[in-house]
Design a protein around this ligand. Structure first.
Ligand code: ADP
Length: 425
């Protein structure tokens, strides 16, 4: 039998007994009234005692009682005890989380719906200059770099941005925002000063070496040309050696030129000229036509008169590289189609060839520096492996995107997409 049922049975039994007693002594109503009042007073006393106990937080051991009241006290006491245990466990977990985030080498800041700081770790205080008292403040009021404010407002957090630390301008940070939960965002800032320094050293080294190699190469090439002119073909070995040396110095010169161009693309600001792309393409295709064995291969279709903002010299390099590759990696009898057209989203430069194509596994890597696909060919095709890296850089500097579609044995289609807002005529 449950406690409730027991309580009812006990009460009924007691009332029956009192009723019987009342009937025997001939005072049924007065005795019953007295009994009911006593019962009411008892329950009132219990309620007041309970209210007293619960008001003080139910922390003290509950008062001695019996029946259903004892059960009520016990259940509440148990719930509170479980709650306390759970809170303790949660507290430990939060403590552990705090300790691990404090130990993070990166700055971490939790932002609320209105970009207010909800929480930040020690590193955030060090590199972003946030104080514990900044909690609740909007972060754009504290980190005021326009680039950062724009990034925060944009809502597009696919890519990180690079900033100088507001505390020390020599510290370079990459800042990334990760959205999570409802309107919450985690801001992560990583100190990349050393990485940037090393990158700069690498750039300087490549630029210096390439620059220093230029003069000796020109001298070497000059002497080789003179020696070839003087060669009377008395020795096959000598003639072949001179031809080989000439080819290799030429290759080295292309490499040095490409490396210098890449360094320029990485370090110099892009000039904003209005480039007459249709005219530029006519020139490039004309030059392509005059290359040995390339006559009448190129079909040029100018379908848009658009000029775009950019640097002519850089665009020429990118387009020439793509056209050069199309001619190089397809048979001399196959045609190459060059187009300049407009879609709803972009201006597009397209080069379509019907050559050897590119394997799917190579596609993600062909824009890497020095990456050349390993293809068994009858003839050796020379190259530096830097052409597509140059194309990628030029496009990046022109807000452009490179798209490659290719099928082995069928051909490749390279497209460069430029935003419509770049039109300038
Ligand atoms: P390079 O042509 O000097 O080797 P690139 O960076 O221009 O260097 O190209 C990288 C590699 O991508 C090439 O070695 C070649 O294997 C492949 N590739 C580029 N363009 C084409 C093309 N149109 N058709 C087939 N393969 C290509």
């Amino acid at each position: 039998m449950g406690t409730g049922q027991k309580e009812i049975t006990r009460l009924l039994l007691l009332l029956s007994l009192i009723a019987l007693l009342g009937a025997i002594v001939g005072l049924f109503y007065p005795i019953m009234l007295l009994a009911m009042s006593a019962l009411l007073a008892y329950q009132l006393f219990q309620v007041i005692r309970f209210e007293n106990w619960i008001r003080t937080g139910g922390r003290k051991k509950y008062p001695k009682t019996s029946g259903i009241w004892e059960d009520i006290y016990y259940h509440i006491y148990r719930i509170k005890k479980d709650d306390k245990k759970r809170k303790k466990k949660l507290g430990k977990m939060i403590d552990l989380f705090r300790k691990s985030t404090e130990a993070l080498p990166d700055a971490a800041v939790v932002l609320g719906k209105n970009d207010e700081i909800e929480w930040s770790n020690k590193m955030a205080n060090q590199v972003l200059g946030l104080q514990n008292s900044d909690k609740g403040q909007r972060i754009p009021n504290l980190i005021r770099f326009p680039e950062f404010v724009r990034y925060l407002k944009s809502g597009d957090f696919n890519e990180a941005i690079t900033l100088n630390s507001p505390v020390d301008k020599h510290i370079i940070l990459t800042v990334r925002i990760v959205a999570y939960g409802e309107g919450l965002r985690l801001l992560l800032a990583q100190d990349v000063t050393q990485l940037k320094k090393m990158e700069l050293m690498r750039k300087d080294f490549v630029a210096n070496v390439s620059h220093e190699l230029r003069t000796p190469l020109t001298v070497l090439k000059g002497y080789l040309e003179t020696l070839q002119d003087m060669d009377e073909h008395t020795s096959v070995l000598l003639s072949e050696s001179l031809t080989q040396m000439q080819a290799q110095t030429e290759r080295m010169q292309y490499l040095v030129d490409d490396l210098l161009l890449l360094t320029r693309l990485e370090t110099q600001q892009v000039k904003n000229e209005c480039v007459d792309v249709p005219h530029l393409l006519q020139q490039i295709c004309l030059e392509g036509d005059t290359l040995p064995q390339q006559a009448n291969r190129i079909q040029l279709r100018i379908e848009s008169p658009a000029h775009i903002i950019g640097e002519e010299h850089e665009l020429r390099s990118a387009f020439t590289n793509l056209l050069g590759n199309a001619l190089k990696y397809s048979p001399t009898e196959a045609s190459v189609l060059v187009r300049w057209y407009q879609t709803a989203q972009a201006f597009v430069f397209e080069v379509q060839d019907y050559g050897e194509g590119i394997a799917e596994a190579d596609l993600p890597r062909i824009t890497e520096r020095f990456y050349r696909c390993e293809v068994k060919r009858e003839r050796k095709i020379s190259g530096t492996g830097l052409g597509l890296a140059i194309v990628k850089h030029v496009l990046m500097r022109h807000e452009g995107k490179l798209n490659i579609q290719s099928e082995v044995g069928k051909g490749s289609c390279f497209t460069c997409h430029f935003p419509l807002k770049r039109q300038c005529n």
